[in-house]
Design a protein around this ligand. Structure first.
Ligand code: ZN
Length: 239
């Protein structure tokens, strides 16, 4: 059942073993999705007109909207310190923290032939990860660990960081981010033998809601040879 249908149906539903009471279906379900960080699809949900506007037009529009948010909160936008904030936020959204929404910013991936005949797993660990929770627009930050076994192709190491960074620069759900990175690596390297683990903290968990400072969330995607417990064990030992 799709989420839209669940919202419309007027009864108690179950998601991941949790009963969701739907007498006020929209509110309850949206709260549930947000607080439990449920992802509705592997692809980032985008509108078909997502790129009709240029970056410049988007920045202009977001600047105006953010100004309204600040005004609504009662902030004085004539103050020198606040005056430039709507513009700064708009620029940061479009050019920096959400630049990974635009396929034009996808890193160019070049792969090379595996001349050294290195057939063991290659692990790149502790890749810095900065993303944004799509349910609360608050930071997600932590580390990504990536491994693959070459099928004959190898990738420049910095490209792995760039792939992680590209998908992180979107409003995200950690599970989806993990899968998007894995899928792109599989495609680029032409192999199923890919593993991705992300260990990250969510500001929306530490500074609101449950307010838990210490917990972090670990998500993993194992494909191909990494489905084998021994191979997975080796990878986990390295990270
Ligand atoms: Zn959140």
């Amino acid at each position: 059942m799709k989420y839209e249908e669940i919202i419309r149906s007027n009864e108690t539903i179950e998601i991941n073993g949790n009963d969701v009471f739907t007498s006020e279906p929209e509110q309850d379900l949206f709260e549930f999705i947000g607080d439990n960080h449920v992802a509705t699809s592997v692809d980032t949900p985008m509108r078909s007109d997502a790129f009709d506007m240029s970056d410049k037009e988007k920045m202009k529009a977001i600047e105006g909207h953010f100004e309204k948010i600040m005004e609504t909160m009662g902030l004085d936008l004539t103050d020198d310190s606040l005056k430039g904030t709507p513009h700064r936020v708009a620029k940061m959204f479009v050019k920096e923290i959400f630049s990974g929404l635009n396929p034009e910013n996808m890193p160019k991936i070049s792969v090379f032939d595996n001349k050294f005949k290195y057939n063991e797993m290659l692990v790149e660990r502790d890749i810095t990860l900065n993303s944004t929770c799509e349910h609360h627009f608050l930071p997600i930050y932590g580390k990504a660990h990536v491994a693959y076994v070459s099928s004959g192709k190898v990738i420049g190491l910095s490209k792995i960081n760039r792939i992680v960074d590209y998908f992180a620069r979107r409003p995200q759900v950690q599970e989806r981010l993990t899968v998007q990175i894995a899928e792109e690596l599989k495609r680029a390297l032409d192999t199923e033998d890919v593993a991705v683990v992300i260990d990250a903290k969510h500001m929306c968990v530490s500074c609101r809601g449950i307010q838990d400072e210490s917990s972090s969330t670990v998500t993993a995607s194992y494909s191909g040879k990494f489905k084998d417990p021994q191979t997975r064990e080796e990878f986990l030992k390295y990270i």
